[in-house]
Design a protein around this ligand. Structure first.
Ligand code: FES
Length: 139
């Protein structure tokens, strides 16, 4: 699988998405509550542009009269007929064992640059955190 830079972390706040073309495939990259996930932008039902759908939560199984809303921001609803998919796994909500959309790995990596100076022991170093790394799609 090839690596494709799709943007910076700062361009993807939680809830944001970006749809990219990679080697002839349309793929949606999502920040789902701080974690990155990528899905093929084609619904397994009738090939709608799935990644343009609404991002929602879902109700959980509960007792009669109870209404439990959960997983806000983790469920993608197809814009054509409303089939719903788990953004974190690609599996459908109504039939997770048989229906799924293709997923791809996404990593966050530092933006190259200053690593060479750390090899010189005479240079004073300081701990650094990556606050605006690159979002890499592996597809
Ligand atoms: S094309 Fe997605 S639900 Fe029909």
């Amino acid at each position: 699988m090839a690596r494709h830079v799709v943007g910076r972390v700062s361009e993807f706040p939680p809830g944001a998405r970006k749809i990219v073309e990679v080697e002839g495939r349309s793929i949606g990259v999502f920040n789902v509550n701080g974690a990155f996930h990528a899905l093929r932008n084609s619904c397994p039902h009738q090939a709608a542009p799935l990644c343009l759908g609404a991002i929602k939560g879902m109700t959980l199984p509960s007792k009669p009269g109870e209404y439990i809303w959960a997983r806000e921001g983790e469920i993608l609803r197809c814009p054509w007929h409303g089939w719903e998919f788990d953004l974190t796994t690609g599996r459908s909500i109504f039939n997770p064992h048989k229906m799924r959309v293709r997923t791809y790995a996404v990593t966050v990596e530092p933006d190259g640059g200053a690593a060479q100076e750390e090899e010189d022991e005479a240079v004073e170093t300081f701990p650094v955190t990556v606050e605006d790394g690159l979002v890499i799609l592996h597809a």
